[in-house]
Design a protein around this ligand. Structure first.
Ligand code: URA
Length: 218
């Protein structure tokens, strides 16, 4: 395998507190995921964001590059962030767990993190949120909601679109971009789940006092 290129510099690297957490994460051995990871993925973006997106955990591409949401799901998320009127660097994108969970921990297919892995990792996210102080968090998918609010918070289909609160920060649960891809992605605009998520993003924009850009179903 080709040697790893250095992780691309990110806007939050300059924030000493966030950089210190990322450094701690890079040496973390709190769960078994440390044995199969290529790189840790602390999350990246604006150190003082209005909006923070939280996903599940890194996949193959993220594990190789040390950056959250850069694979197919990440590209869809990036298009959605652009449609909201932001460059990616203006928001912060992170995950519940910082190392890639794989089936049998053997570098095979991705899987959701176990409750034990989430419990081991979640203090890093809590510390990041306390520094980032986003106005709004968009929780992407069931694992993000469980990671923030506990294992009993199940049923993303019912939960999405309804405001929750984490440490005084408004949280909008919505579907994960990987689910949207399985439902048909955003090409053609006929995917109902995609427009549900767009509606949740519009609600988040309104919550922070921004005028949502007009968009039509194609
Ligand atoms: N899916 C996630 O939940 N997070 C990533 O960083 C990539 C894919």
């Amino acid at each position: 395998m080709a040697p790893l290129a250095p992780r691309a510099p990110q806007p939050d690297d300059a924030d000493p507190e966030l950089a210190a957490i990322a450094k701690e994460i890079s040496g973390c051995e709190k769960c078994g995921l440390c044995r199969t990871r290529t790189r840790t993925v602390p999350g990246q973006g604006n150190p003082r964001p209005e909006i923070m997106f939280i996903g599940e955990g890194p996949g193959t591409d993220e594990d190789r590059q040390g950056l959250a949401f850069i694979g197919r799901a990440g590209q869809l998320l990036t298009r959605m962030i652009a449609a909201m009127g932001f460059p990616r660097e203006q928001v912060f994108i992170g995950n519940i767990v910082k190392c890639r969970p794989t089936i049998d921990n053997a570098g095979q297919k991705d899987r959701p993190p176990t409750p034990e892995e989430m419990t081991a990792c979640i203090p890093y996210l809590h510390r990041q949120i306390a520094i980032l102080k986003p106005k709004v968090i968009i929780a992407l998918g069931a694992t993000a909601v469980k990671g923030l609010f506990g294992e009993s918070m199940t049923g993303i289909t019912k939960l999405r679109g309804t405001w929750l609160s984490f440490d005084g920060i408004d949280v909008m649960p919505t579907f994960h971009p990987s689910y949207l891809l399985r439902q048909g992605g955003d090409s053609g605009g006929t995917n109902k789940a995609y427009w549900d998520v767009w509606g949740d993003c519009v609600a988040a924009l309104k919550k922070i006092g921004r005028e949502p850009p007009a968009r039509k179903k194609i």
